[in-house]
Design a protein around this ligand. Structure first.
Ligand code: AMP
Length: 283
């Protein structure tokens, strides 16, 4: 069956009618779809009768000096990917549709939205939560699937759904990686072969950290790999490496007993990459 493309609320109503009854799963994306997105679509299919994908590069979640205007846009290829994955509906609204003049009320991501990634991208998570809540209200899915690759985003969406009583089930999906460990990302297409070699320091640092047992050793091992990355050509420029509590995204120390999450953000040239790995509780 062909993918039905909707660009506004009226189109969505018609498209959902055409899909027919059954549970609907939504996979929100910014397009430039890759295998990681495909894995989310497949997981969505396991949870619902119909899969919808939204494609929207959300201006609200980009800072003034970030890559909004040069973010990759590959709509026609994305549609083929969706058709290939059996997606029934693609929602691709314009910025004007999502943010008509006069919009001013938004979602606040609270303290968790200011930690770690939020400290480097002020306002980012407010923009993410605002667009995700709008997408939920427009598409009205039963289930929505998000990647663990953006772990703080996933944790905040779970928080928003709980705190604001949003009637949707959230499913988290594991991070898909290249054979050499690089996490798939739409931004990887900016990387030259040399950049890509440097970028591998990130997943290598996560693996080195995860092989250790205490928070201080985990951090030290990850930092050692990232420091080595800073001496490569091109160099890795680390924004942060932290071991956090995955429920709050606050840093943990050696007294911490529960689950941890080792998180990294770093730039290679002008390309900023993020990655993370779960750390099981200390025995
Ligand atoms: P994006 O288009 O980058 O906003 O990502 C859309 C969704 O795909 C988000 O829920 C991401 O967490 C998820 N995603 C991005 N990269 C990966 C990956 N390598 N593996 C699994 N999910 C991913």
């Amino acid at each position: 069956m062909d993918v039905i493309v909707a660009g506004d609320r009226a189109g969505l109503v018609k498209a959902k009618d055409a899909l027919g009854p059954g549970r609907l799963a939504l996979v929100p994306t910014m397009g430039a779809l890759h295998e990681g997105h495909r894995s989310l679509m497949r997981l969505a299919r396991e949870h619902a009768d119909h899969v919808a994908v939204s494609i929207f590069v959300n201006p609200l979640q980009f800072g003034p000096n970030e890559d909004f205007s040069r973010y990759p846009r590959t709509f026609d290829v994305d549609l083929d990917v969706c058709a290939d994955e059996g997606v029934g509906l693609v929602f691709a609204p314009s910025a004007e549709e999502m943010y008509p003049p006069g919009s001013q009320v938004a979602v606040s991501s609270g303290e968790m939205g200011k930690n770690v990634e939020g400290a480097f991208r002020p306002g980012h998570f407010d923009g993410v939560l605002t667009v995700v809540l709008k997408l939920f209200n427009l598409v009205q899915p039963d289930v929505a699937v998000f990647g663990q690759k953006d772990a703080q985003q996933l944790a905040l969406i779970r928080r928003m759904v709980a705190d604001l009583n949003v009637p949707v089930s959230i499913v988290g999906a594991p991070t898909l990686r290249e054979a050499d460990g690089l996490a798939l990302s739409s931004r990887n297409r900016y990387l030259s072969p040399a950049d890509r070699m440097t970028a591998l320091s990130i997943s290598k640092a996560l693996r080195a950290g995860a092989a250790q047992t205490t928070p201080s050793k985990i951090l030290a091992a990850a930092k050692a790999v990232l420091d080595a990355g800073a001496n490569l050509d091109p160099p890795l420029a680390v924004d942060y490496v932290e071991l956090v509590d995955p429920r709050t995204f606050t840093a943990v120390d050696d007294t911490h007993r529960g689950e941890g999450l080792l998180v990294v953000a770093a730039k290679v040239g002008t390309t900023r990459l993020i990655d993370n790995t779960p750390i099981p509780p200390t025995p």
